[in-house]
Design a protein around this ligand. Structure first.
Ligand SMILES: Cc1cc2nc3c(=O)[nH]c(=O)nc-3n(C[C@H](O)[C@H](O)[C@H](O)COP(=O)(O)O)c2cc1C
Length: 204
């Protein structure tokens, strides 16, 4: 997979999706993909961030993570998105970024990107699946190829059984079960692998 470029585009207020993104990066690197982890721009007011110590601490800790650019999206053969659940939907920060991609879409530059998505929610059934599917709705408009994990590896069952995309139950301590991190690694390997097949097919 040495010729596959994978962008991991995430939003995280308190660190859960950042950790999922890091685990996905590890998995893709294990199979030789070139990986960039980038965050979508924060749009919340400073005052809101400052009012939540965990949010403030995470924003401070990750201020050096590069913000995603359109060039990153053009560069990538494969993209994994990770966002917290907000009322069963993606975070508005992620949606705001998606809404800037109209120009790329118009130029056909999003077609055949191989994509998948991850999420977290506070409750075990708090909208994880709906959130991942909400991301995929945009991907279908892009003409991207969704490479969901399905049940392609037994780790999906151990991680809670979400075939649409790896999902974590966010807890105050910030801990994510090892099985979920392994599922994120597997998902990234699969997304990069499928991107490698698509890339090889396009150049044959
Ligand atoms: C406005 C808002 C809406 C949320 N909606 C849900 C929800 O519908 N279901 C749920 O279980 N958790 C919900 N949460 C909790 C977040 O999903 C949780 O804090 C997040 O997954 C943590 O991810 P992060 O650490 O990457 O920020 C909500 C949080 C906020 C601030």
């Amino acid at each position: 997979m040495s010729n596959v470029k994978l962008a991991i585009v995430y939003y995280s207020s308190t660190g859960t999706n950042y950790k999922l993104a890091q685990a996905a990066a590890e998995g893709a690197k294990e199979i030789g993909a070139e990986v960039k982890v980038v965050r979508v721009p924060e749009t919340a007011p400073e005052q809101a961030i400052a009012s939540n110590p965990a949010w403030k601490a995470h924003a401070e800790a990750t201020k050096d993570v590069p913000e995603v650019t359109h060039a990153d999206i053009e560069w990538a053969d494969a993209i994994i998105f990770s966002t917290p659940t907000r009322f069963g939907n993606m975070a508005s920060q992620m949606k705001q970024f998606f809404d800037t991609t109209g120009g790329l879409w118009f130029q056909g530059k999003l077609v055949n990107k191989v994509v998948s998505a991850m999420t977290s929610a506070s409750n075990p059934h708090g909208g994880q699946e709906a959130t991942v599917l909400s991301l995929y709705t945009t991907m279908y408009h892009w003409g991207a190829i969704v490479a969901a994990p399905g049940y392609t590896d037994p780790i999906t069952f151990q991680a809670g059984g979400n075939p649409y995309g790896t999902s974590a139950t966010a807890v105050d301590s910030g801990e994510i079960p090892d099985a979920v991190l392994q599922a994120a690694r597997h998902q990234a390997k699969r997304t990069a692998t499928v991107a490698g097949w698509v890339k090889a097919g396009q150049s044959s």
